[in-house]
Design a protein around this ligand. Sequence first.
Ligand code: HEM
Ligand SMILES: [Cu+2]
Length: 532
Amino acid sequence: MSTRAKRGFRLKEWIFTTDHKRVAVLYLAGSFTAFFLAGVMAMLMRTELSSIGPTITDNPATYNTWLYFHGAAMILGYLIPALTGFFANYYVPLMIGAKDVAFPRVNALSFWLYFAGIVLALLTFVVPDPPDIMWTGYPPYSIFSPGNTALYSFTVLLMGFSSIAGGINLLTTVIRMRAPGMTWNKLNIFVWCTMGAFVLQLLFVPFIGVAVIMLLLDKYLGMNFFNAAAGGSAVIYENIFWFYSHPAVYVILLPAIGLIYEITATFARNRVFNYKGTVYGGIWGVVALSGVVWGHHLYVSAMPAWLTPIITFTTLLISVPVGLLVIGLLGTLYRGSIEFKTPMLYASGFFFLFLIGGLTGIPNALSAIYSHIHGTYWIPGHFHYVMAISATTAVIGGVYYVFPKLTGKQYNETLGKLGFVLFFIGANITFGLTMYMGAAYGMPRRYYDYAQFPEVERLQYITTLGSYIILLAAIVIAVSWLHALIAGKKSEENPWGSRSLEWTHSVSPPPPGNFPEEVRLADDWDPYDYTK
Ligand code: HEM
Ligand SMILES: [Cu+2]
C-alpha cells in the first residue's frame, strides 16, 4: 500500500470518527468479519455432514457450537449490521441531501456497542465453556446447559442497544434533515425501507432484551421464569423470543429489498412502479403486520388451539404487502432498457431466490402442514432462500453498486459476473437440496450425524460440494473488490447514470459534509426520473 494510502489510513481518525460514511465503513468491516467467521462455521458443518460418521470432528458438542455461532453471527453480527449499519448509514444522509446524521456521536456510539458485541461473541472461541444453545437460546437447555449462556445474553443486549441508538438516529435524520424540496413522496424507496426497519427495531428489540435478561436471572440467580418444575414455562421464552425475531426478518428484508429497488430502477432506467402502493401498502403493510405472525414458530410448542387459526391467517395475510413489494420491482423492470451489469445480475438473482423462498414459506404458514415439516431440513432450506441468501445477494449486489461512490474506483466487470454465477449456482445446489432432503426424506435439522438416514448420504455430499462453490464465489468476489481497491481504474462520477441524489449532487467518494453546496431541489426533481 502506498505511503499516501498509509497516510490516508490513520487509525486514530477511524477510531474517533463521527462521519456517517466512515461509521458505515466500520459497520461494513465488522459485518464482513462476522460473515467470514460464520461462513467458516458453515463450511465446517457442511464438511462434517458430507458423509455419515465423524468427518472432521467426533464431538457433537463441537458441531453445536459451530451451529450456535453460525446462526447468531450471521443474523445479529452480519446481516442486520450490514443492512441497517453500513448501507443505511452510508446512503440515507446522501439520498436525502443531508450533511450527516442527526446525532453523529450517538452514531459512533452505536457502532462501538456493536463492536463490543462482536468481541464478546468472539469469546465463544476462547472460553472453556462455549455456548451451544443455538441462536434461539431456548430454555430449559440454555439454563441447564454447561455452555456460557451469559455470553449469548450480553452479546444480544449490546447489539440491541446499538440498534436502538441507530434507530433513533436514522429516523430523526430523515424526519428533520431532508434537503429543501425533498418531500415525503420523493424519498428513495431505500430510505423508506430503512425507516420501516428501524421502526421495527425500536418496537421489538426490547422484547429479545427482556427474554435474554430473564435467561440470566434464571441461570445465575436461580429464578424460575422458564423452569416448568417450579411453575415457570419455557414457552413464555419462545413467545417473547419470536415476538422480536420474526419482525427481525423484516428488519433484514426491508433494507435488502430497498437496495434491489435502487439497483433495478437505475439499470432498467425506469421510474419505480406503483411508488405510493409500494411505500404505504408494501413497506408499511409489512411493518404493521410483522408483529402479529410470530406464533407460526410455535405451532408445535403448546400454543393455545384458538390462536393457531388466527396466526395461520395473519401469516398468509402478510404475503399481501410482501407481494406488493415484489410487484413493484417487477413493474419497475417492465419496458425498462435493462443493462445487466454486475449489480443488476445480483438484483435478478434476488428475484429468483426470494421468489423460491417466498413460495416455500406458504406451506410453513399452514399449521397442519407445518407440524409435519417442522424440524426437518425443509425449514433451514426455506429460510436460507428467503432470508439468508436473498439478503446476502442484496448485500453483495449493493456493495458492487455503491463501490464507485464509496471508493472512487471501478471494479472489473468480468470478475464481478464470474462471482455472481458461481454464487448463484452454489446457493441453489446447497439450499435447493437442503429443502429437498427435508421434504422428500424428512432429514432432521441440527443433526450432527445421520446414520439412520443412509439414503440421503449422496445428496448430503452434493450439498457440501454446492457450499464449496459458494466458498469459491466468495473468494472471487473478495479478489474483485481488493483488486479494484488496489489497482482499479478511477471511476466516473456517476458510472450508472443514476438520477438519485447521491450520484447527481455529490462527488465520488463524497467529502466530509457530503455536498459541495447546500442542496435545494426543484419541484420537478425525482430520484427515478429517467425521462429527461
Ligand atoms: C453462505 C453459505 C451458508 C451455508 C453453506 C450455510 C449452511 C448452514 C447449515 C449447514 C446449517 C445447519 C443446518 C442444520 O443442521 O440444521 C445452517 C443453519 C443456519 N444458518 Fe446458514 N449457511 C449459510 C449462510 C447463512 C447466512 C447468510 C445466514 C444469515 C442469516 C444463515 C443463517 C443460518 C441460521 C439462522 C441457521 C440455523 C441455526 C440453528 O439451527 O439454530 N446461514 N446454515
Ligand atoms: Cu417467522
